[in-house]
Design a binder for this molecule. Structure first.
Ligand code: PGA
Length: 247
């Protein structure tokens, strides 16, 4: 049985002050969740958010992680730095990183392996653009992202995959339940093909892209969707409604 996992992605939002206040406000609203709950936050907020989330069921994650432990990589954050604060998850290969910061499948692979080696659960993002979907390339794009991004991983069930169609991120245009299920079922079958059938059964796959309090139930009811990676709606108390989708 796979345990549902709902994670917020704060992106470049909140400050230490507003974020801590928000965590304090939302913690009692998510405390009885049946799923795993996390907020992935900007690196500089990690110390304050870890402190704010102490004693709650909220885990704190990062929004990226570098593949080297230290060195001349201005602006990057290493897994050792994250581990010191008890960071549990790291988003890797988000489409905004790919689109605006030139991140590649090869880099996604290196970051993922580094996170795993440090005991941090990578949330690896894949997904097609609108033009790729329109030209019927969704499966090819996602297959390539999986094959290249997940090379040499020993235990694939130690990662989480987030299927985030780029056209649905921050646009208010959510994938339909059927569209999300179709591609996530495809991802699961690819994990079975590339790794092992048992791995496919056990790996957690989230949907992400304009998921909110009103559309989460339908998405979460799909057999292959195990959770959500939530951007905009993770900045409001509506996030608690998503976490409590089954109540
Ligand atoms: P959104 O972002 O929920 O604001 O569409 C999701 C994401 O980018 O992870």
């Amino acid at each position: 049985m796979r345990k549902a996992f709902i994670a917020g992605n704060w992106k470049m939002n909140m400050t230490a002050k507003t974020g801590s206040e928000f965590i304090k406000q939302i913690a009692p609203l998510v405390k009885d969740a049946d799923c795993d709950v996390a907020f992935c936050v900007p690196a500089i907020l990690i110390p304050a958010m870890t402190e704010a989330a102490k004693g709650t069921n909220i885990a704190i994650g990062a929004e990226n992680v570098h593949w080297e432990k230290s060195g001349a990589f201005t602006g990057e954050i290493s897994s050792d730095m994250l581990k010191e604060y008890g960071v549990k998850y790291a988003i890797i290969g988000h489409s905004e990183r790919r689109q605006y910061f030139g991140e590649t499948d090869e880099g996604v692979n290196k970051r993922t392996l580094a996170a795993l080696a440090a005991g941090i659960t990578p949330i690896v993002c894949v997904g097609e653009t609108l033009s790729q979907r329109k030209s019927g390339d969704t499966e090819n794009v996602v297959r390539r992202q999986l094959e290249e991004g997940l090379k040499d991983i020993d235990d694939i069930t130690k990662i989480v995959i987030a299927y985030e169609p780029v056209w649905a991120i921050g646009t208010g245009v959510v994938a339909t339940d059927e569209q999300a299920e179709e591609t996530i079922a495809f991802i699961r079958s690819e994990i079975g093909r590339i790794f092992c059938p048992k791995c496919a059964e056990n790996i957690i796959i989230q949907y992400g892209g304009s998921m909110n309090a009103s559309n989460c139930k339908g998405l979460m009811a799909q057999p292959d969707i195990d959770g959500g990676l939530i951007g905009g709606a993770s900045l409001t108390l509506d996030f608690a409604k998503i976490v409590n989708y089954n109540k």
